[in-house]
Every structure is written in structure tokens, then in C-alpha cells.
Design a protein around this ligand. Structure first.
Ligand code: GDP
Length: 428
């Protein structure tokens, strides 16, 4: 089987961009299956970081077919700007890029409604990225969305858009007291965008199924993380799509029987952006050290990330939900200067110990982490390229993770640059 799914096992920002980019050298196709421009995958291009929000991470690697599947929601204005931006950095975006006609659009009214809703929630705000992702998925479910394929017939699109903006304005003005949107001005903005994206529109599911049948290597690139999945995450503090491996089938049209291995990306510690329960969060100097060494700021929002220790209960849950057998551990180097490292091995709730990950945010908020402390290695792992070059306590930490989570590790990332990786077993 030649198809591999890469998913984050935590709350996103596990370093999936770098890993996907590294795996690209063996891939023939790279596919986004969910999320939207709320994702932010940072990869290093000629030593300089570049963030992809909607474009698949394989776009900077020559010879790869990159696809945005129908499970993604696309802000056409943001995508056109992203294409211009990466093109200016010398990345070619041409026949190597396809957008499925069925992917729904995030339109300006989605962003306006999301901002108004978050304001209205006040202290109970979800902490969304304000990219209009949630309202776009909501419209898709409510059968009020517009697939991107509609841009190909602009006059018909204009009619639908004007009619929809009329209704959304009612919502914005009457419910939230906001200013109405100007449909005409927005259409002026969308017309050149529609033209620039038209050449990329395609019917992609059969292309993908055929590629897998022909044994070409297909990499499905997850965005966000398992604990942000709309069904299996810490609802309501989640994203609006299926971030887990199951989302590949519904987000690309590739049936489960054609999906091969699922690889989990696990940061050596945990971070979370936005609101919501986070059992292993720390707020002292440890958090500041992790934040600084790991440059833990949102790639999309610039927000400082909340930081904490690795949570094995959550990891085991992610492994179970996704069917993960192997993980890639990232950012091990961020823990280089800790004397001791904590790992959460169980939770305590109402005085009882459990290794079950709660299914509600309220219950998760009530758990207390049970930690084991293990010795740190107090030396740099950044130059390690082989297992034997890792300090023994770092290897012991990795082995401990494998044992506690009942999973194998296929490689470990020890720095932001592409070559900063220690490979144990190959993926394809
Ligand atoms: P993603 O959304 O899962 O791809 O995560 P991010 O885009 O937030 O990537 C995490 C950040 O960490 C980026 O700035 C990467 O360049 C960086 N990064 C990735 N792997 C490593 C690593 O092993 N060590 C360090 N120090 N930084 C890394």
C-alpha cells in the first residue's frame, strides 16, 4: 500500500509541515483533506521559513502533484494571495497544483459572521483563528455553501453570491448590530481571483484513486491535530473539520480500503492555542523555557501557545482514534536543557486514577495529571542524525514514550531545518 496519512496527535502545531515536507521527497502526490487557511505549516525553503496555509506542503518540491481535496474549505482570496506570495519566493504553482471543484469556499461573510459571533460570546469565546472556517463548514452542512467549482461560471456565481450576501447581511445587522457587507465591492475583488484560480480546478477523487491503484506514493497531509477534531476532539474547543484519519475518506473520495498507514506526529511536549482544557499545561518558568526554545507562537495567528508536558493519556487516545502504529516525535531538541522531564501517564479524577481520555471538555477540565519524572539529558541533540548520536537519556525518554503509548517511533526531529532528523525506519 502506497498511501500514508500524516496526522497530529495533539492540539496541532506538532511540526507536521516540516515532516510532511521531509516525506515529500518520496511522495508522488501530496493532498490536503480538511481544514482551511487556519492551518499554518512552516517549512524551511533554502534555509528560510515559509508558511503554507492552504497550499499542500509538497508545493515547494519539484515533481509532486499537489491536491486540495473536497474536504477542505478554501478562502479564494487568501489562496490567490498565497500563490502570489510563494511564486515570489520562486516556488512554481502550475500544473503541479489542483483544487477539487467540490471544496467549499470561505467567503467574506463567513469571516464577518465569525468575528461577530466570537465577540458576542465574550468570555466564552472559542478562540478561533477568525478565518471564517467554522461558518463555511456550517453553511456546507446547512446546504447553504458554495463549492469553489462555482467560480468557473462567474455570472451564475454572482447571482448566488448576491442573494446569499443579502441573507447574511440580515444576520449581521439584525442579530449582531454590524455593518452590512457590500456585495458589489466584494464581487469586484472576487472576479480576478476567480480568473486566477480557474486553471487549477479539477475533479480530483478519481485521480487519487487511480494513483493509489497504480502504486504511486500518496501523502495525505493533516492539518490541526486529533484533539481538535470536530467529533473526537475536546468539543466545543475544536476546529470544524475531521482532522483524524477518518477525514481522509470523506475529505478526498479515497475509500478507507485504499488508505494505507497512518503516521502520528507527536511533539516531545504539548502545546495548545486558544481556549479549552489542557491537563498538562504549566505556567511557570518551564512554560516560558519551552515557549522560547520552541518558538511556540501560532504560525497563523502569532498568538503565544500554551505549553506543557507530554500527555500519554491523550496520545494513547489519538493512537486509538487514528489507528496509528508509528509516530514521529518532533522538537526533541527543545527539551535539551531540562534537568528532569515530566510525562503524564494517567489522570486522576474525583480521587480515582484513570487512563481513559474523557470525551467531554468539562470532564477533561476536572482531571489532574499523574506524572512520572525522568532525567533530562542536558546536552544538545540538534546535531544528531543517527540513533547512536542521541544522548542515552534522550533515547530512554523516547523508549519510555513507546512503551507507555504502545507505539513505535519511526523518526525524531531535532531542529527546524529539514536535515535535523534522526531516522529509525523509513516510511514508504
Ligand atoms: P504544524 O502546523 O504541525 O506544521 O506546526 P508548525 O508550523 O507550528 O511547526 C512548528 C514549528 O516548529 C515551525 O516553526 C517549525 O519550523 C519548527 N520545528 C519543526 N520541527 C522542529 C524541531 O524538531 N525542532 C525545532 N526546534 N523546531 C521545529
Amino acid at each position: 500500500m502506497s498511501s500514508v496519512v500524516v496526522v497530529g496527535t495533539q492540539w496541532g502545531d506538532e511540526g507536521k509541515g516540516k515532516i510532511t515536507n521531509a516525506l515529500c521527497s518520496d511522495a508522488d502526490l501530496v493532498v490536503r483533506f480538511q481544514g482551511g487557511a487556519n492551518a499554518g505549516h512552516t517549512v524551511s525553503l533554502d534555509g528560510v521559513p515559509i508558511v503554507f496555509h492552504l497550499l499542500p506542503s509538497g508545493i515547494s518540491v519539484p515533481g509532486i502533484q499537489n491536491i486540495i481535496g473536497p474536504g477542505v474549505v478554501i478562502d479564494p482570496i487568501a489562496l490567490a494571495a498565497e500563490i502570489t506570495g510563494v511564486t515570489e519566493r520562486g516556488v512554481e504553482v502550475g500544473e503541479n497544483f489542483l483544487i477539487d471543484v467540490g471544496a467549499h469556499m470561505v467567503l467574506p461573510y463567513h469571516k464577518a459572521i465569525e468575528a461577530a459571533e466570537e465577540r458576542a460570546r465574550g468570555d466564552s469565546a472559542i478562540g478561533t483563528t477568525h478565518r471564517g472556517i467554522g461558518p463555511a463548514y456550517a453553511d456546507r452542512c446547512a446546504r447553504d455553501g458554495i463549492p469553489i467549482g462555482a467560480l468557473a461560471a462567474f455570472d451564475e456565481f454572482r447571482r448566488r453570491f448576491e442573494e446569499t450576501v443579502g441573507r447574511k447581511n440580515e444576520h449581521l445587522v439584525r442579530l449582531y448590530g454590524e455593518e452590512p457587507l457590500d456585495a458589489r465591492a466584494l464581487l469586484e475583488q472576487l472576479r480576478p481571483v476567480a480568473l486566477s484560480l480557474a486553471g487549477y480546478l479539477a475533479d480530483t477523487p478519481e485521480i487519487l484513486r487511480a494513483a493509489i491503484r497504480e502504486d504511486r506514493n500518496v501523502l495525505f497531509e493533516g492539518a490541526q491535530g486529533t484533539l481538535l477534531d470536530v467529533t473526537f476532539g475536546t468539543y466545543p474547543f475544536v476546529t470544524s473539520s475531521s482532522t483524524t484519519a477518518g477525514g481522509v475518506a470523506t475529505g478526498t473520495g479515497v475509500p478507507p480500503s485504499l488508505i494505507g498507514e497512518v503516521i502520528g506526529i507527536t511533539k516531545a511536549y504539548t502545546t495548545r492555542v486558544g481556549a479549552g482544557p489542557f491537563p498538562t499545561e504549566v505556567t511557570d518558568d518551564t512554560a516560558r523555557m519551552i515557549q522560547e526554545r520552541g518558538a511556540e507562537r501560532g504560525a497563523t495567528t502569532g498568538r503565544a501557545r500554551r505549553c506543557g508536558w507530554l500527555d500519554i493519556v491523550a496520545l494513547r487516545y489519538s493512537i486509538a482514534v487514528n489507528g496509528i502504529k508509528r509516530i514521529i516525535v518532533t522538537k526533541l531538541d527543545v527539551l535539551d536543557s531540562f534537568e528532569t522531564i515530566k510525562v503524564c501517564v494517567a489522570y486522576e479524577i474525583d480521587g480515582s486514577r484513570t487512563d481513559r481520555f474523557p470525551r467531554t471538555a468539562d470532564e477533561l477540565r476536572r482531571v489532574h495529571p499523574v506524572y512520572v519524572e525522568i532525567p533530562g539529558w542536558m546536552s544538545s541533540t540538534a546535531e544528531a542524525r543517527q540513533e547512536s548520536e542521541l544522548p542515552p537519556p534522550a533515547l530512554a525518554y523516547l523508549k519510555q514514550i513507546c512503551k507507555l503509548a504502545d507505539v513505535d517511533i519511526c523518526s525524531v526531529s531535532v531542529g527546524a531545518k529539514g536535515e535535523a532528523i534522526v531516522e529509525f525506519t523509513s516510511i514508504f
